[in-house]
Design a protein. Structure first.
Length: 327
């Protein structure tokens, strides 16, 4: 009799544990490319916040910044029947069909750095896109003494957020700095170190009046900075843009990169998990609410966008603090 009672209690406990495990939120986050410092920091944020909240969350980093690889990764997550899919898109349009399939399967979708993304429940931005672009242009113009030619790199010509940053910067230049001139169009090389170096070398060879590069994309400022350093042009060409502090610290110290502004990618990883939990719990996301890591947010219900505005300066004074954080 006692054995029977113990067996029943054990079975009940196991069923309870099984139910608890089944209730655990499961989330996969597909980033632009794996293995670089920026997305390594994001992965650390995802893992630490997921562990804190009892969520099963992980990051998927494709081997290159290829939208097709992101599509395959999302298809795999759909097959795994996760609760939430997070994405930092390389090409918003290419992802539309697969994100629709995720939605049709009842999976919630959160994107980052992709305003106006179709089939996303929410897009969250750590900073306001227009202001972020303007802030970088003001710094670049000051360094260039408001005159000369400059070029703009973006991670890809199909990344909506990079286009918004770049367009805001260019429009501000045209209105406020008439003696500065944009060279060509935007160059979609900012997620490739080799392409950023090659493009910077080409620009320096062809344009003796090149005075600045606004480089957007995780490898854009690094590649541009290395090319400028190798040519001995640190006193002649100003490189600004967002980059991973640990990767760019030596180039800032050498004067090859003059600075930039970023949000903390580790915090962005944490925010992915926090928003996922809110969605799964049915909590409303409203204008003016505070989301840890983003501060008091602006929420646009029509575009399903959540805007924060917390940045870090990538100058010589602030960089050591960020590097010490492991960024």
């Amino acid at each position: 009799m006692k054995k029977s009672v113990l067996a029943c209690l054990f079975a009940t406990a196991m069923l309870s544990l099984s139910a608890h495990a089944a209730d655990k939120i499961r989330m996969g986050v597909v980033v632009k490319v794996g293995g670089n410092a920026w997305f390594n920091a994001m992965e650390a944020g995802i893992k630490s916040e997921a562990a804190k909240r009892g969520i099963d969350a992980w990051q998927v980093g494709p081997t290159s910044a290829d939208p097709a690889l992101q599509v395959r990764a999302i298809e795999d997550l759909i097959a795994q029947k996760v609760d939430v899919i997070g994405v930092v898109p390389n090409d918003a349009r290419v992802l539309e069909p697969v994100l629709k399939r995720a939605h049709d399967a009842g999976i919630k979708v959160i994107v980052h750095e992709s305003p106006d993304q179709k089939y996303a429940d929410w897009d969250f931005e750590m900073v306001d896109a227009t202001q972020h672009g303007i802030t970088h242009m003001v710094a670049l113009a000051q360094c260039m003494k408001e005159k000369g030619d400059y070029a703009v790199f973006v991670g890809s010509l199909t990344v909506p957020l990079h286009q918004k940053w770049a367009d805001a910067a260019i429009n501000y230049q045209k209105e406020h700095y008439p003696n500065m001139h944009l060279v060509g169009d935007k160059f979609g090389v900012g997620e490739s170190l080799d392409d950023s170096i090659r493009t910077t070398n080409d620009l320096m060879s062809k344009d003796a009046n090149l005075k600045g590069i606004l480089a957007i994309g995780s490898q854009g400022p690094i590649g541009a900075g290395r090319a400028v350093l190798n040519r001995g042009k640190t006193d002649d060409i100003c490189v600004f843009g967002p980059f991973s502090p640990g990767q760019g610290a030596s180039l800032v110290k050498a004067g090859a990169i003059k600075g930039g502004f970023i949000w903390n990618p580790m915090v962005a990883g944490e925010v992915f998990v926090r928003i996922a939990e809110k969605l799964e719990k049915g909590e409303k996301i409203t204008d003016g609410m505070t989301i840890e890591g983003m501060g008091k947010v602006k929420v646009d219900e029509a575009t399903r966008t959540i805007l924060g505005n917390e940045t870090e300066s990538l100058d010589k004074a602030n960089l050591p603090k960020l590097v010490k954080m492991g960024l």
